[in-house]
Each structure stands twice: as C-alpha cells, then as structure tokens.
Design a protein around this ligand. Structure first.
Ligand code: HEM
Ligand SMILES: *[C@@H]1O[C@H](CO)[C@@H](O)[C@H](O)[C@H]1NC(C)=O
Length: 320
C-alpha cells in the first residue's frame, strides 16, 4: 500500500500541475497587469469618473459599448475600429449607428495608459474596466474585473447586425444570449443595465402607440410626450424613470408595474419563465447587484483573445 502511494503521488502531482498550467493559460485574471502596468485601473477609473461627472449618461454609454463589443467576435475591442480598407466598421451596424457612443472616452483613457505603460494594455481591457467603473461610479456594485484580453485585427459588421433588437421576443432574446454562452438569468440580470441611460424614440415607438398589450396605460401616455406617433425618432427618453443615471433595481420595479420602456425589456416580465427573477430583483437590490457583477464577468469572458492571439492596439480605432 505505502509503496504504491509513494510511486503514484509524484505522478499525480505532475499531472495536476500540468492540468493547472494548461487551464490557466488563456484565462483572464484581475492581476494581469499587476507588474506590467500597476496604475492602469487607477488611470481608467479617473478618466471614467471625469467623463461621467461631465455627462452622467456617459456611464451608460460605456456599459453598452462593452456589451456590444463582447457580443460580436468576443470582447476584443472590434467595436472600436473605424472604417478602413479591410475593416467594415461595426459602428455602422443597426444597433450602433447614431447610437453607440463613448469612443472618445476610451481614446482618452488609452492615451493616458499608453503614456504610463507603452504597448501593454489592450483596448479590450480598457473597455472592460471602463464598463466596470461606470457601474460603480453610478452607485452600482464594484467587482474585480478579470484582465488579459487582447485586441482583434478585424471587425465583423455582419455579426454586429445580429445584436439583440428592441422588438425581440423573449425566445429570441434567450436564444441570442445562449449563442454567446449566457443563460436566461444572465439575460435578465444584465438587462438591469437599463436602469441607466436613455433610448431613442424609434426603439420603443410601437410599444407606446398601441403595439403591446403588456403596458401600463398612463406610462404609455407619458412616453408619447417624448415619442410622437410620427417623427421625433431620435428624441431621447430614460430607459428607467425615475432614477436615471443612478444604478439601481428600479428597472425591475418598473417591469413589474408594466412600465418597461422597450418591448424587449417588458418581455422579461410577461407571464413567462423570467418573471420570478424580475420579481426577485425588484424587491432585492442586493441580489441584483451580486448577480449583475457575476454576469458582467461572464459577459467579459466571451470569445476573448489571450496569450499569443490578437494584439495590443496602440490606437483603439486602428489596426497597428
Ligand atoms: C437584452 C437585449 C437588449 C436589447 C434589445 C437592448 C436594446 C437597447 C436599446 C434599443 C437601447 C437604446 C439605444 C439608443 O437609443 O441609442 C439600449 C440602451 C442601453 N443598453 Fe441595451 N439592450 C439589451 C441588453 C443590454 C445589456 C445586456 C446591456 C449591458 C449589460 C445593455 C446596456 C444598455 C445601456 C447602458 C443603454 C443606455 C445607453 C446610453 O444611454 O447611451 N443593454 N439598449
Ligand atoms: C406579452 O404577451 C402578450 C400575449 O402573448 C403579447 O401579445 C405581447 O406582445 C407580449 N409582450 C409585451 C411586451 O406586451
């Protein structure tokens, strides 16, 4: 017995060490830049805090930018690439055109980070940190953001055109998220990002002009004030009222009251399998904050380029 253990143990240890180093490779870590760029988190946070102080909506815009990055080719900063030969910019996709914003803030953060640590920190990680910081600056949870993403050399306009749309049904939303490895709880809790920011009228017009059965009447009448039946398509309305630009569980309270602004939001509370979670988050803000942090980390892991894959772009808008 003792003999067989003494022979097997080193082999087992060897195997475990090999397994560990294999599984760590290609994974992100909050300490990724601890040696190579120890100030990166502080730099990004101060740029984000300044941008949000100047314009509170910017926090929401940065969170959405991260989501739209991660859902297209993974979190690889592909959304930041401008149109160029060989690059069909994702900025022209249905869900991004005249809508995605915050690029200048990422440029400013990147510039400062480059000054501190040349060619070290990816644009994809800066965007991930900016999203995390936006949530916490606006009163939401804070969490350790795993880092080590690298940037793409390509964009994918066709995939960007598949981003979830505001007229989607619950089954379309869940299948869209499932394609990215996210389940219906991730869908429900990440949609809580709509507790901040605004929407253009064209995204919710049909909902407030008779297109939806599940809508509070006085809420619809109110929303029509900023979203006429014809025209006014680019006018903005807060996704959650009140509490704009304060991260909270008000979004879920509104859904329970049938006051979701987007059709896709109200689909999460319309007599189906996500109702229970919506109800829970509407009364338990702590559970919302906890689960939101977990799902944001999951979102940030989608399709990442690590190790020798991808590059560190020097200018987030261009391939090096
Ligand atoms: C579930 C499917 C989703 C759909 C259909 C959807 C759709 C939309 C639409 C139509 C807008 C308004 C855009 C505009 O007016 O320009 C919007 C804004 C926003 N979305 Fe979503 N969204 C979804 C999920 C998410 C997720 C998962 C996040 C983040 C985790 C997110 C974060 C935001 C934020 C923060 C805004 C406000 C942006 C701003 O004010 O600049 N959304 N979304
Ligand atoms: C909710 O369900 C009803 C009945 O199935 C459907 O007509 C409606 O489009 C759904 N969504 C919303 C947001 O009203």
């Amino acid at each position: 017995m003792a003999v067989s253990v003494s022979i097997k143990l080193p082999a087992i240890v060897c195997f475990l060490v090999a397994l560990l180093s294999f599984s760590v490779q290609g994974q992100l870590s909050p300490k990724f830049y601890a040696r190579s760029c120890k100030n990166v988190e502080q730099i990004v946070r101060s740029v984000v805090a300044q941008a949000v102080a100047k314009e509170p909506r910017m926090g929401a815009s940065l969170v959405r930018l991260f989501f739209h990055d991660c859902f297209v080719q993974g979190c690889d900063a592909s959304i930041l690439l401008d149109e160029a030969p060989g690059i069909a910019t994702e900025k022209k996709a249905f869900g991004n055109i005249n809508s995605a914003r915050g690029f200048e803030v990422i440029d400013a953060a990147k510039q400062q980070v480059e000054r501190a640590c040349r060619a070290t920190v990816s644009c994809a990680d800066i965007l991930a940190l900016a999203a995390r910081d936006s949530i916490s600056v606006l009163g939401g949870p804070n969490w350790a953001m795993p880092l080590g993403r690298r940037d793409s050399r390509t964009a994918n306009l066709a995939e960007a055109n598949q981003l979830p749309a505001p007229l989607s049904s619950l089954s379309q939303l869940t299948s869209n998220f499932r394609l990215k490895g996210l389940n219906f709880q991730d869908l429900t809790v990440l949609s809580g990002a709509h507790s901040i920011g605004s929407s253009i009228c064209s995204a919710f017009k049909t909902r407030v002009w008779g297109g939806d059965s599940n809508v509070d009447t006085s809420f619809a009448l109110q929303a029509r004030q900023t979203c006429p039946a014809s025209g006014g398509d680019t006018q903005l309305t807060p996704l959650t009222t009140p509490n704009t630009n304060r991260f909270s569980n008000q979004f879920y309270k509104n859904l329970v009251a049938r006051k979701g602004l987007l059709h896709s939001d109200q689909e999460l509370f319309n007599g189906s399998f996500t109702d229970a979670l919506v109800r829970k988050y509407s009364t338990n803000g702590a559970a919302f904050f906890r689960d939101f942090s977990v799902s944001m980390v999951k979102l940030g892991n989608i399709g990442v380029l690590t190790g020798r894959n991808g590059v560190v772009r020097l200018n987030c808008r261009k391939v090096n």
